[in-house]
Write a protein that binds this ligand. Structure first.
Ligand SMILES: *[C@@H]1O[C@H](CO)[C@@H](O)[C@H](O)[C@H]1NC(C)=O
Ligand SMILES: *[C@@H]1O[C@H](CO)[C@@H](O)[C@H](O)[C@H]1NC(C)=O
Ligand SMILES: *[C@@H]1O[C@H](CO)[C@@H](O)[C@H](O)[C@H]1NC(C)=O
Length: 267
């Protein structure tokens, strides 16, 4: 009973409550959510074109990256809260351009994957919803059920080879993560990567002196663009908490540093 109540409160909070039947799995979670892609091709073919609900397959109505360099091409959707992702649908371009949509992987992350994206990633930090080795059919939908249910907030659509990524529409389905209960102690919400600190030039760390890790986490939660933080058990020049705020896709990732631990929020 408390669980049901919790679910209703959550649904109200996120505006999906409907007095008849809550058919959560059929709501496209990606619609109009924040997005990012590796690069911008230009002509207004921004990443949000993949989640704008416009099902036109004209190339100006689709997202479009430029050629990749050292990282694979990707498009990411930030669902804003955690879900249990169950399936995705992707609408492909017509013509020759449609053949570029092949050999892709859709993964689900609990934190912003930006700094971690590279070829041949090891899947210890994220959950693979589906890997599609084939070429998607031109000018139509490829609808895929996740091979396992993935819990997380960020959905990453990645091409596993060097090619432009262009998506006319990406739909994401799942259920709200209803783990909002006392079974999760605060400690379990902070994942720790020991002996490393985030040091991306695009994400200037904001230094703080705090009395414990919870104060650092509290600061991060209150700060716009704070995606994670570095926390060190000992003060270094009056600093033991660095909030990592990213304003664009972080290029460089981590520095090995035994005095610090990188942490991110997660259930
Ligand atoms: C999709 O977007 C294009 C360009 O803005 C617009 O011309 C077209 O009417 C839209 N299509 C739909 C179905 O909304
Ligand atoms: C998909 O890409 C990966 C990584 O480049 C490669 O190892 C694999 O052979 C590709 N699979 C297909 C079916 O092209
Ligand atoms: C695939 O998804 C699209 C978009 O939601 C939908 O219109 C279409 O009916 C689906 N196709 C199949 C075969 O389920």
């Amino acid at each position: 009973m408390p669980f049901v109540w919790m679910k209703l409160v959550l649904l109200n909070l996120f505006g999906f409550w409907n007095t008849d039947v809550v058919v959560f799995g059929s709501v496209n979670l990606a619609l109009n959510k924040p997005t990012r892609q590796t690069s911008e091709y230009g002509g207004g073919r921004f990443s949000f074109k993949a989640v704008d609900g416009n099902l036109s397959t004209h190339n100006l109505d689709c997202s479009h990256t430029t050629y990749p360099t050292d990282t694979p091409n990707w498009l990411m959707v930030d669902l804003k809260v955690e879900y249990e992702i169950t399936s995705i649908n992707v609408l492909n371009r017509p013509g020759d351009a449609g053949d570029k949509l092949r050999n892709f992987t859709v993964s689900v992350w609990q934190y912003d994957p930006g700094p971690h994206i590279k070829y041949n990633m090891v899947d210890t930090e994220y959950c693979i919803c589906v890997h599609y080795p084939n070429t998607a059919e031109r000018a139509t939908w490829t609808n895929l059920t996740c091979t396992k249910i993935c819990m997380g907030r960020f959905v990453l659509f990645i091409l596993n080879y060097q090619e432009i990524l262009s998506i006319c529409e990406l739909e994401i389905f799942g259920d709200i993560y209803n783990g909002c209960s006392t079974q999760y102690l605060p400690e379990m919400n902070i994942k720790k990567v020991e002996g490393k600190r985030s040091s991306s030039p695009n994400c200037p760390p904001l230094p703080y002196e705090v009395t414990n890790v919870y104060e650092c986490i509290h600061q991060c939660l209150q700060m716009n663009n704070c995606i994670s933080f570095n926390y060190g058990p000992n003060l270094i020049n009056s600093v033991n908490c660095q909030l990592v705020r990213c304003f664009s896709h972080p290029k460089e990732d981590f520095t090995v540093d035994s005095d610090w631990n990188w942490r991110y929020l997660s259930r």
